[in-house]
Ligand binder design. Structure first.
Ligand SMILES: O=P(O)(O)OC[C@H]1O[C@](O)(CO)[C@@H](O)[C@@H]1O
Length: 550
């Protein structure tokens, strides 16, 4: 039997090593090692990573790499690329890498090559995008489309939404791209207010075609369409679907020719590279979409072949393990300093937390170590005037990724230099902090008296020693955005592989769905026999008294 993770020799070595590292300050690490930047810098697929502002030494790095080897990470990486059923609870491979496999080499699932279907679907997308862009495919009154509304949630929403916003400079501008996800009726109501039924195309995005939010929103979109000039014959011009469950989409009323396939070997949160990326392709064109795939593919090749020590996803994954399992961090911040990438934290949050928010290992045994962190974040520099205070002076440790392009798509005045300076100053401040002596001297220099300075100084002390990574790329292009997202996908896999958990299922979300249906029955028909706890029952009563009648 394989040893438990915490029984591996490198695990106990890392535990002892952590005790040696805890008292050390990064300020001194930088002072003592002029090569530190070069030592802890790596790049691949257009993404540069400076990880020198971490609480690590070369020994930390080699111990973490040893952990990766002892936990059989290289074998597990290969298993993913070879299409092994690494999603063990559902007996499926996780082959998002096939969706961007540009070598045309075969990738087999159950003995048959899946690449022909992948290529066919890309062609189907290509043809569709061309027909919409060239106005060969028009709305019911023969006008070209002006708006697309993608209806989907979770992985069928966050990835396409992130990427289409990230690549706004590449939009062909003939089409506006909107997203509806939430079952809160205000979401679809607000989106429908701004579009014309004659020129609006709906893309229903659901791998399962069984997701309540998506199906209910689709019903609303359909009746809105029928009430506003459309009819049963013209629905086919305005509704297409992307799903792995073709029959349910047909039963729902989507014409078979309007259905783009996806497959059970691609997880929802890894699916933006499939036809779920249709809104992206419509927004930026198929060449742009293929460039996105090629960026991800470049990261895939790097991940599969680069030595562990130079491997970007492995490096990020191991650093996360270092902080989470050995230095007590329980969250991780994603801080894009790029307006176009403002959707990145939400996407990575789903990617990471739905993948690695697990507490049993592959054998079904409870893990005796912590797993996936809480992912949070937002766009810089805005966050500096909000939550960065806690990063600098709070009691919790939250490592952060600062993500910034070297060039801006919009070189307005000195904005990009200012943005860049803000980003770097944050990582510097987090690393070096401000000592009590420095704080006091600053106050004295400002003319405060000795007593006053002494009193105020503790509030101005910043401990520093707070870790961050800086990720850079030339510009947010389809290629770099593809590589960046693939980097995080693989980071998540690295961590899941080492923690020996299944990163590709999400059973935790099911209970809420089950209970939600029971509660809904209660809300809609007060006769339901479902037994509820006192709190939920009380809240249902409140809804029956006040909510239902409004
Ligand atoms: O694409 P579907 O099947 O509608 O699922 C939407 C999302 O729901 C989830 O299953 C979680 O509820 C995600 O994993 C998935 O991306």
């Amino acid at each position: 039997m394989k040893p438990n993770l915490t029984d591996l020799p490198s695990w106990s070595a890392l535990e002892s090593h952590a005790e040696q590292i805890k008292p050390l300050h990064m300020r001194d690490m930088f002072a003592n090692d002029p090569e530190r930047f070069e030592r802890f810098f790596t790049e691949a697929a257009g993404i540069k990573l400076d990880y020198s502002k971490n609480r690590i030494t070369p020994e930390t790095k080699s111990l973490l790499t040893e952990l990766a080897r002892e936990a059989q990470l290289p074998e597990k990486i290969e298993a993913m690329f070879q299409g092994k059923a690494i999603n063990t609870t559902e007996q499926r491979p996780a082959l998002h890498i096939a969706l961007r496999n540009l070598t045309n080499g075969p990738i087999e699932v159950d003995g048959s090559d899946i690449m022909p279907e992948v290529r066919d679907t890309l062609q189907q997308m290509d043809k569709f995008v061309w027909r919409i862009h060239s106005a060969q495919w028009r709305g019911f009154s023969n006008k070209p489309f002006t708006d697309i509304i993608s209806i989907g949630i979770g992985g069928s929403f966050l990835g396409p939404k992130l990427v289409s916003a990230a690549l706004k400079p590449y939009w062909n501008n003939a089409l506006n791209c909107h997203y509806v996800a939430n079952i809160d009726g205000s979401h679809i109501t607000e989106v429908l207010k701004h579009v014309n039924p004659e020129t609006t195309l709906f893309i229903i995005q659901s791998k399962s075609f069984g997701t309540q939010e998506t199906l209910e929103n689709t019903k609303v979109a359909r009746s809105w369409f029928l009430r506003n000039g459309g009819n049963l014959e013209t629905i086919a011009k305005h509704f297409v679907a992307v799903t792995a469950n073709t029959q349910s989409a047909i039963d729902f009323g989507i014409q078979e020719d309007n259905i783009f396939p996806m497959w059970d070997w691609v997880g929802g949160r890894y699916s933006l590279w499939s036809a779920i990326g249709l809104p992206i392709a419509l927004a930026i064109g198929m060449d742009g979409f293929k460039a996105l795939l090629s960026g991800a593919n470049a990261m895939d090749n790097h991940f599969r072949t680069a030595p562990l020590e130079e491997n970007l996803p492995v490096t990020l994954g191991l650093l996360g393990i270092w902080y989470g399992n050995f230095l007590g961090a329980d969250s991780h911040a994603i801080l894009p300093y790029d307006h176009y990438l403002r959707g990145l934290p939400a996407h990575i949050q789903q990617l990471d937390m739905e993948s690695n928010g697990k507490s049993v290992d592959l054998n079904g045994d409870p893990t005796d170590y912590t797993t996936g962190p809480i992912i949070w974040g937002g766009a810089g520099a805005n966050g500096q005037h909000a939550y960065h205070q806690l990063l600098h002076q709070g009691t919790r440790l939250s490592p952060a990724d600062f993500i910034i392009p070297l060039q801006s798509h919009n070189p307005v005045a000195n904005h990009h230099a200012i943005l860049f300076a803000n980003c770097l100053s944050q990582t510097q401040a987090l690393m070096q902090g401000k000592t009590a002596q420095e704080a006091k001297q600053e106050l004295l220099d400002k003319g405060l008296g000795e007593d006053e300075a002494e009193k105020l100084a503790p509030h101005k002390v910043i401990s520093g020693n707070k870790p961050s990574n800086t990720l850079l790329f030339d510009k947010a292009t389809p290629r770099t955005v593809g590589a960046l997202i693939a980097l995080y996908e693989h980071k998540v896999y690295v961590q899941g592989a080492i923690w020996n958990i299944n990163s590709f299922d999400q059973w935790g979300v099911e209970l809420g769905k089950q209970l939600g249906n029971e509660i809904l029955n209660k809300l809609l028909q007060s006769s339901s026999s479902a037994q509820l706890d006192a709190s939920t029952e009380g809240l249902v009563d409140l809804y029956s008294q006040y909510g239902a009648s409004i």
